[in-house]
Design a protein around this ligand. Structure first.
Ligand SMILES: NC(=O)C1=CN([C@@H]2O[C@H](COP(=O)(O)OP(=O)(O)OC[C@H]3O[C@@H](n4cnc5c(N)ncnc54)[C@H](O)[C@@H]3O)[C@@H](O)[C@H]2O)C=CC1
Ligand SMILES: O=C(O)CCC(=O)C(=O)O
Length: 445
């Protein structure tokens, strides 16, 4: 039977039951690639789509650790090595109680096309654990990371699989993971992880890269219609790594970010979020957003609601998956939003995307707009391999050029396939073609 996108999707659902986020990510890509298969029957003959939807390897492991009261805890760890057609598996680790195989697979699948879009030699993987670092002491986090790496080290390496951070995994966790890898293997293998601290092989701009990159992408989108970010009102969700650096770059480019959020609600500061205060509250104290209001009394903490109800020109969802559904998208449209640029992975549901599209809101999917993080990770790998370290200015320039290039290719590919302005189609098709060509060249593996 010839391969069709419908037959592949049906098989993905049957073979991966109970994994709705993975199905959603696959559906969104398959909806774009039909016309590519029509032009390239050799892809269908080689069953590229079916193979791309099946991870090359999935590892699930026990992570036992001891809390500060001496109680034994057990979590579940994952690493899904999805596709190595373009290079070593590459993608972050997420520590969050919601993590299960379906989340890791959706993220790993998105990573295939994202990493291909960067044009850099990186395959795709993702991992994590259902561990909640919130409320845990540094020592507890360290013991958890050491136990996690005691198993993970068998599967990774600078030429094999290179993890980085994601939700709940920042520079503290990467440091503990790196220390344990070095101890177990007795190798100082800098390129085995990215997102490292600058004192031991980290790259300038990696921490900033995802947030900055998303804003550079937004800048390119506005430039298409002859506008800049200067004077734009921007709403951001999340208050972690991606959100904080997105806010910083919007402010540097003359826009005003009115909101940020966490799982308890959102913060509204009409004068523009004060980053010094936000960093103190969220990063240094690891506190709640409501603490910001104590320092900045004119701000308002809105409990149990999302920032999409605030009128804006640009929305940057930077928290988590499926945070903008149809209702939130309708609120953005009602508030005059001109563009939604995804800093997070898959923050907009398919219904949400439909509402935005119907209203003519420009929409950039995460696999294109948040590719800045993995771009600078690949540059970190390159610096580790050559034992060089580039300056902040040089690294930021390379990031900006890559985001400009990704934007241009998404735009041109969408035009080529008769879908002008459709960044989803442009990103999926361009990413898919790159991986498909390499897979075809490698034979049936
Ligand atoms: N760190 C990176 O370089 C990259 C991250 N991403 C994506 O960006 C998003 C944010 O990641 P990071 O900033 O790195 O993580 P982080 O752990 O630094 O921050 C996550 C933020 O999202 C908020 N959040 C988490 N779950 C939430 C929920 N259910 N409702 C509301 N807020 C929630 C948290 O309160 C926190 O403010 C994720 O979707 C991640 O996959 C994408 C590309 C690269
Ligand atoms: O920097 C990396 O390797 C991956 C970042 C990541 O997990 C992502 O792009 O979602």
């Amino acid at each position: 039977m010839p391969e069709t996108v419908e037959s592949v999707f049906a098989r993905v659902v049957t073979r991966n039951p109970g994994e709705p986020e993975f199905h959603q990510a696959v559906r969104e890509v398959l909806d774009s690639v039909g016309p590519v298969l029509a032009r390239h029957p050799e892809y269908a003959d080689a069953r590229i789509v079916e193979r791309i939807c099946e991870p090359e390897r999935q590892v699930i492991f026990r992570v036992p650790w001891e809390d500060d009261r001496g109680r034994i805890r057990v979590n579940r760890g994952f690493r899904v090595e999805f596709n190595s057609a373009l290079g070593p598996y590459k993608g972050g680790l997420r520590f969050h109680p919601s993590v299960y195989l379906g989340i890791v697979k959706f993220l790993g699948f998105e990573q295939i096309f994202k990493n291909a879009l960067t044009g850099l030699p990186i395959g795709a993987g993702k991992g994590g654990a259902d561990f909640d670092p919130k409320g845990r002491s540094d020592r507890e986090v360290m013991r958890f990371c050491q136990s996690f790496m005691t198993e993970l080290h068998r599967h990774i390496g600078a030429q094999t699989d290179v993890p980085a951070g994601d939700i709940g995994v920042g520079s503290r966790e990467i440091g503990y993971l790196f220390g344990q890898y070095k101890r177990i293997t007795n190798r100082y293998e800098s390129g085995v992880l990215t997102g490292k601290g600058l004192s031991y092989g980290g790259a300038q701009v990696r921490a900033e890269a995802t947030g900055y990159g998303a804003v550079f992408f937004a800048e390119e989108m506005f430039a298409q219609v002859g506008e800049g970010l200067d004077g734009k009102r921007v709403v951001v969700s999340g208050a972690g790594n991606v959100a904080i650096h997105a806010i910083e770059k919007v402010h540097q480019l003359g826009g005003t970010v009115l909101t940020c959020s966490d799982s308890a609600g959102y913060l509204l500061d009409e004068k523009g979020i004060d980053l010094e205060v936000l960093r103190e509250v969220k990063q240094r104290r690891r506190g709640r957003l409501a603490d910001y209001v104590r320092e900045v009394p004119h701000a308002v903490a809105v409990a149990g609601r999302t920032p999409w109800e605030v009128p804006c020109d640009l929305a940057l969802p930077c928290a988590t998956q499926n945070e903008i559904g149809a209702a939130e998208a309708a609120a953005l449209v009602a508030g005059g939003c001109l563009a939604v640029v995804e800093g997070a992975n898959m923050p907009t549901t398919p219904d949400g995307v439909r509402v935005l599209r119907r209203a003519g809101v420009r929409f950039a999917p995460g696999k294109a707009a948040n590719a800045g993080g993995v771009t600078v990770s690949a540059l970190e790998m390159r610096q580790n391999a050559s034992r060089e370290s580039w300056t902040f200015a040089e690294s930021e320039q390379r990031l900006r050029e890559t985001m400009r290039d990704i934007h241009a290719r998404c735009w041109a590919t969408a035009q080529e396939y008769g879908r002008p302005g459709d960044y989803v189609a442009g990103a999926n098709i361009d990413g898919f073609r790159r991986v498909a060509e390499a897979m075809l060249a490698h034979g049936v593996v």
